[in-house]
Design a protein around this ligand. Sequence first.
Ligand code: CU
Length: 252
Amino acid sequence: MRTSRLALCAATVALVGLPLAAGPATADDHGGELTAELSQLNDSGASGTAWAKVDGTSVEISLEAQGLLDGAPHAQHIHIGGQNVCPANDQEGSGFEGALQVSDAADQYGAVAVSLTKEPGKTGADAALDVDNFPAEVSYSYSRTIEVSEEVAQQIANGDGVVVVHGVDHDGSGTYDGDTKSDLDPALPSEATDPAACGELNAAQMSMPHGGVETGGSSTSGIEYPAALGFGTLALALGAFGLVAARRRATI
Ligand SMILES: [Cu+2]
């Protein structure tokens, strides 16, 4: 009996292919996909949308941003830590005329975990100010698949990642300038690094635009239940139980 239950459990998990366990929605429940709606900080006028898909230690990320200073590099990162949230849109800080500087909101969004550079830029925290490899347009579409550590992959999948786009022209001069120095690098004006937009990566309700799974792919929640229910409630319970056990092992 034990063997057949295990076999049934394995078959259910294999057939269903995706988590069924109850509990708070994480990216795992949505095929590892997350989205973030970026809204402005520092009255920048910037906004954007980010998508991330975590697959093992690979993170495929796309980011569309608008309303930024044209012709100036926009450092962009996934931050992790603090409370894993964005500051309020109108939060002020220690910068130019009360501007929010990067470190002013570290309690909320933590530190840089992934630098969203373009090829061939490096993607670790030490590339946080790799200004040669960040987008530098008023609006742009960015996409890259990045290898991260297991810990960072898990944190992003759990919804702990916060996408921050930097660079604000506070005085409207059309370039990064002014007397206030960056809290990250005193060789840069604060305008070059002050946060312009922020969004929290949460489990996706919609798939990445180019993913195509909405039209009957294998990772929508609508597929899971009919398959599992064909085995009856026992199989569903066993499948969920088996998956919880598997998850516990996976997180060690
Ligand atoms: Cu950042």
